[in-house]
Design a protein. Structure first.
Lengths: 265, 203
């Protein structure tokens, strides 16, 4: 081997090594937030007659709209393609629920001057493509899990907005969305197709470190906890919120037709 | 320079390159120290499915909520003159009596030990209510301490509702979600909630 070739090879190998090691520092590090930035609805908080409207508030409005844009076609597709009564029942809840929420966000879009998308985003388009491509045998499983995953991801974000929004319209939307999404999660789980392991793994992510009480020791029965009771002679008049297990109450006043709601009205 | 050294250098360089490129393959998702393995390490199996640390955390937090919110509701019923505050107190009393019964059943089934006293922060909230003078000051202190606590637990309930693999905890998370949203809504109807304080995290 001529001496020159060996040096070139060494040079290339060293350059390759340094390049591979430097890549994460030089490129990935400064760009690590790019995806999050692109996904976030940016901008300042604006004042409206219903209270301040933050970027997070607008993000919820847009996400509820996007949910309708892909879940309505997904619901309609399952009505045609699935032969499972439970899947069709879930599809029916999706269609009814997202038609209702979509009317509400279109009204809010006009009131709060928040532009809404009219097409599902790329990822949602991909979910619809996956459903379309699924074989008849896999269809129910693919369908239920794509939808259950999406609903499970948005539920905590709805809760955050419900807690911290200062806008009365967004507050009501978050309450309504909580009921609808919890109903959809529940009805999707009733199909028996949901892969709870996959959802738990996805939620754990790269760095979850759950804190909580230690696991129970096998064979050790903890002491019986006494009921929490009023000390006085107080009798409550209201009704507890939980309903029949597996049923979520989505009753609420009907959504107004967005076309009839004037600007600022 | 003897020829031998060059070959050794080339081999060493190639080995390093291959090792550096292969390293990321090692970082598969359930290796020690990742989210999945951290969750697994504190998880026990039950006949209702795996029970994680966050599942147990929710069970204990629901019990703790009842331990201080029931006495808080009684204080408002005795001290407040406001019909909307009394109405909210009624919902707290009924809602947390109901959840407490559910959580005691779930805890007994799953073998989770429950506290019988409010924690230190919660005892502090009750003391703040006691220290507030009757009237507007009491109503405002009472409402905001409770609204803040309910708002803080709402997101963790939603996370457990999404990721639990335990059927008893799943139903408890649904029931708690519905009860907490009702309480948040009733507390807001008093007109005493400081939304700026909640948005800024100052209450």
């Amino acid at each position: 081997m001529p001496r020159l070739n060996g040096s070139v090879l060494v040079g290339l190998a060293i350059a390759g090594t340094i390049g591979a090691l430097a890549y994460p520092v030089v490129y990935s590090y400064p760009h690590r937030d790019d995806a999050a930035k692109a996904a976030a609805v940016t901008g300042e908080t604006v004042n409206t007659q219903w209270g301040p409207l933050t970027a997070l508030d607008r993000s919820l409005i847009v996400r509820v709209r996007l949910a309708g844009l892909w879940e309505l076609p997904a619901g309609q597709q399952a009505m045609q393609r699935s032969s499972s009564a439970a899947v069709k029942e879930a599809a029916n809840h999706l269609i009814v629920g997202h038609n209702d929420l979509d009317m509400r966000v279109r009204t809010m879009s006009a009131q709060l001057n928040v532009p809404l998308p009219s097409q599902p985003n790329e990822q949602q388009q991909g979910f619809l493509d996956q459903m379309t491509a699924a074989s008849a045998g896999d269809y129910d499983k693919v369908w239920a899990n794509l939808l259950r995953t999406a609903h499970g991801k948005i539920l905590p974000d709805i809760a955050t907005v419900r807690n911290n929004t200062r806008n009365t319209l967004v507050r009501q939307l978050a309450s309504d969305a909580n009921q609808t999404v919890l109903d959809h999660i529940t009805i999707l789980e009733k199909t028996g197709q949901v892969d709870f392991e996959a959802i738990a793994e996805a939620a754990a992510g790269p760095s979850a470190s759950p804190t909580g009480p230690p696991p129970p020791s096998p064979g050790v029965v903890p002491p019986v906890a006494p009921a929490v009771e009023p000390t006085g002679n107080v009798v409550g008049k209201s009704k507890p919120s939980p309903t029949t297990p597996g049923v979520v109450n989505t009753n609420r006043p009907a959504a107004k037709d967005p076309a009839t709601v004037g600007l600022g009205g | 320079m003897p020829r031998f050294n060059h070959s050794a250098l080339v081999i060493a360089a190639l080995t390093t390159t291959i090792a550096a490129l292969s390293f990321p393959v090692w970082s598969y998702s359930d290796r020690s120290g990742t989210g999945v393995s951290n969750v697994a390490s504190s998880t026990v199996n039950t006949q209702w499915g795996p029970l994680t640390a966050s599942d147990r955390d929710l069970i204990v937090r629901v019990r703790l909520a009842g331990l201080w919110e029931l006495p808080a509701a009684e204080k408002a019923m005795a001290r407040s003159k406001s019909a909307t505050v009394k109405d909210a107190a009624d919902h707290l009393l009924v809602g947390h009596s109901d959840l407490d019964e559910r959580v005691r059943t779930v805890a007994a089934q799953l073998g989770v030990e429950l506290p019988n006293q409010p924690n230190e922060a919660q005892q502090g909230f009750l003391a703040q209510m006691d220290a507030a003078p009757d009237g507007e000051a009491f109503d405002r202190t009472w409402t905001n301490l409770l609204r803040s606590a309910h708002g803080k637990i709402f997101n963790p309930i939603a996370q457990v509702r999404n990721n639990t693999r335990n059927t008893l905890v799943r139903q408890l998370a649904t029931d708690t979600n519905q009860t907490v949203l009702d309480h948040i809504t009733m507390l807001e109807k008093t007109g005493q909630v400081d939304f700026d304080g909640i948005a800024n995290g100052t209450i």
